[in-house]
Design a protein around this ligand. Structure first.
Ligand SMILES: C[S@@+](CC[C@H](N)C(=O)[O-])C[C@H]1O[C@@H](n2cnc3c(N)ncnc32)[C@H](O)[C@@H]1O
Ligand SMILES: CC(C)=CCC/C(C)=C/COP(=O)(O)OP(=O)(O)O
Ligand SMILES: [Mg+2]
Length: 291
């Protein structure tokens, strides 16, 4: 008898589509950084993305206070959840009968938030069996397992019918795939008039080439950050017409400044802060209509 919840959704684990995807699956299967788990423990929504918005210094209080570290963790988590709320704000009108697709869903925090907001079905895809199990266990604990489901699946080959999704998104997960392939697949599963949203870090063509900081972030996460131009070009090639392109760089900077002062630092904080500062890297939201 095992206490681990095994669901049909994650019981079948397909072979990785490439050696690289096998490496990424292993990376996320093994990931257990306190900066992610301790923030998720605040309210049970576990994110693998960064935060936006101003720091509430009044809520943080005095750094000498024994409760300061706990407040700092809650504040970082609040900023990460605020980021997901802004992504959901751009999905358009969603009905209870609609299906949403979270491509690269991580531990599923955004999926639960989407279901809580719209009452709809949310389908998540991740390469990591551990993440899918985690997300499905959380959905079960919250009693939303009939509406929120994570599967181990390559987002370049989604298990959905053509036109099935009212909206889909990538929250900090598009730097693991070729963008032409990714947007072709989103375009296939989205209904005409559906909405696609991404929040991503991208290198800035105005800087010239990926900076040393961008290269450091790539090495740290084993990913391949694309340029802003690549996003817009690949969307245009795949019937995705941007309705909003929002530079969130200034909005995410306070999160990184606060995180850099915490005991949960991972060593990547300087690369984010320096690349945002020198203009080589941008934190972007793009919302596009499937036409
Ligand atoms: C940084 S995490 C983001 C998780 C989530 N979107 C969030 O905001 O918490 C990146 C995610 O992308 C997923 N991923 C990367 N490449 C993928 C692929 N080809 N198919 C499905 N998921 C993929 C990883 O498994 C991981 O869950
Ligand atoms: C914006 C960019 C370039 C993102 C790369 C993808 C990524 C790893 C996001 C955060 O995951 P995480 O929450 O697991 O990372 P951390 O442990 O640093 O909080
Ligand atoms: Mg994190």
């Amino acid at each position: 008898m095992t206490t681990e919840l095994t669901t049909n959704a994650s019981a079948f684990i397909p072979a990785p589509a490439s050696p690289y995807q096998g490496d990424i699956a292993r990376y996320w299967d093994q990931e257990a950084r306190p900066v992610n788990l301790r923030l998720g423990d605040v309210d049970g929504l576990y994110h693998h993305h960064y935060g936006i918005g101003d720091v509430d210094h009044a809520a943080l209080g005095d750094t000498a206070d024994s409760a300061y570290e706990k407040k700092l963790i809650a504040e970082l988590h609040r900023l990460e959840s605020a980021q997901a709320e802004v992504l959901l704000d751009h999905l358009g009108t969603i009905g209870r009968a609609d299906t949403l697709v979270d491509a690269g869903c991580g531990r599923g925090g955004s999926m639960v938030m989407a279901h809580q907001r719209f009452g709809c079905n949310v389908e998540g895809l991740t390469l990591s069996a551990k993440q899918a199990e985690f997300a499905n266990r959380r959905a079960h604990e919250l009693g939303v397992e009939d509406h929120v489901r994570a599967r181990v699946c390559n987002m370049l080959d989604m298990p959905f019918e053509t036109g099935q999704a009212a909206a889909s998104w990538n929250n900090e997960s598009s730097m693991y795939v070729d963008l032409e392939d990714l947007f072709a697949e989103h375009s296939r599963v989205l209904r005409v008039g559906g909405r696609y949203v991404t929040i991503t870090g991208c290198w800035n063509p105005r800087y010239g080439q990926p900076s040393k900081w961008v290269s450091q972030i790539n090495a740290h996460f084993e990913c391949n950050i694309h340029s802003r131009r690549e996003y817009l070009r690949a969307m245009a090639d795949n019937r995705l017409v941007p309705q909003a392109v929002i530079d969130l760089t200034a909005a995410t900077t306070p999160y990184w400044q606060l995180r850099a002062t915490s005991s949960l630092v991972t060593g990547i904080e300087e690369a984010f802060l320096k690349s945002y500062e020198d203009g080589s890297f941008q934190y972007l939201l793009i919302a596009a209509d499937r036409v």
